[in-house]
Design a protein around this ligand. Structure first.
Ligand SMILES: Nc1ncnc2c1ncn2[C@@H]1O[C@H](COP(=O)(O)OP(=O)(O)OP(=O)(O)O)[C@@H](O)[C@H]1O
Length: 296
């Protein structure tokens, strides 16, 4: 494995029963990349994250993270889901602090707080506009606030590999944009490697340094569609020059032109159907054309 690769996925297959979900996935990711992952609903994005987490195993192939097979979840990999789960009996602050204690594989004991961790937790709570709520319990918070606490909890340990499954999907647009900017800043500051699943191409292009498209719809080398149902492959792999994007100008003509360019040119001609159907106004902005619609 190339020493710069944080992770390497080779010839990975994953089925549930007789349904093939992931079909020969090959992917190498360098340390520090923020990979955004888009694809049609049900194509296997969350399944891929679960394999990376070590929560489930591939039927064939290998997943190597930091030179070792991904066998089971460990503190070096953090995960944030759209559905948050917090400790109901702990305050916001203790929930966030629990993230660092858990990552150190020691049970969280409030009287054994680490001062550096405390300072980092408070700085995150300030950034996430939660500092006024830090003594509250989860049931006293809105859903968006609870999600922000869950994100802070996962970020607390600055996991070298952070897996995020539609983490901002339930946030209101303003909070979502603030979270995007915060995540980009954290990514740069702590050199995290991140896999970020989203249904929003705008978001994927905005925050990612690399855009991956996973889909079960593709044509073969001769441009023909497979005659049997297949699992999903990486059908688009696109480098994003995020440093060229001013963080405050997401709605700028420049950014819109950039996303449009990704839509128009970003994927291989064999997969152009995926590009045409991106509709950024739609809440599920990535939808794949049916065979009948794909007539060009
Ligand atoms: N534990 C399981 N048992 C059986 N089938 C499963 C299981 N987990 C996922 N699947 C199936 O595998 C396929 C991929 O599911 P997955 O949740 O990974 O897709 P996804 O791309 O994340 O979808 P979405 O965008 O809707 O969240 C789906 O058809 C799903 O029904």
């Amino acid at each position: 494995m190339n020493q710069n690769n944080k992770l390497s996925i080779e010839d990975v297959y994953k089925s549930y029963g007789n349904k093939l979900v992931l079909d020969n996935i090959d992917l190498k990711v360098a340390a520090g990349e923020l990979c955004t992952l888009v694809g049609p609903s049900g194509c296997g994005k969350s399944t891929l994250l679960r394999l990376l987490l070590g929560q489930e195993f591939a039927d064939a192939g290998s997943i190597i993270i930091d030179g070792a097979p991904a066998r089971h979840p460990d503190p070096h990999r953090g995960i944030v889901y759209q559905k948050y789960s917090l400790f109901p009996h702990m305050t916001v602050f203790d929930n966030v602090m629990a993230g660092s204690r858990l990552s150190k594989q020691a049970w969280y004991l409030p009287w054994k707080r680490d001062k550096d961790d405390e300072a980092f937790a408070i700085s995150m709570l300030e950034r996430l506009r939660l500092v006024d709520a830090m003594r509250k319990f989860p049931h006293e918070l809105s859903g968006g606030m609870q999600q922000r606490v869950a994100i802070a909890q996962a970020l607390m340990s600055k996991p070298p590999l952070l897996l995020m499954d539609e983490p901002f999907g339930a946030l209101d647009p303003d909070t979502r944009e603030q979270m995007q900017i915060y995540l980009m800043e954290l990514h740069e500051e702590h050199k995290l490697t991140i896999f970020f699943v989203t249904h929003d191409l705008d978001e994927a292009c905005y925050i990612g340094t690399r855009l991956l498209v996973l889909s079960q719809y593709y044509t073969d080398d001769r441009g023909e569609e497979p005659t049997v149902a297949r699992g999903a492959k990486i059908v688009g792999d696109y480098r994003l020059a995020r440093e060229a994007l001013p963080t405050t100008e997401k709605s700028s003509a420049y950014f819109k032109a950039f996303v449009e360019q990704v839509r128009a040119n970003g994927f291989s001609p064999n997969n152009r159907c995926h590009v045409r159907d991106f509709n950024l106004k739609h809440p599920h902005s990535f939808q794949t054309l049916t065979r009948e619609e794909n007539q060009f």
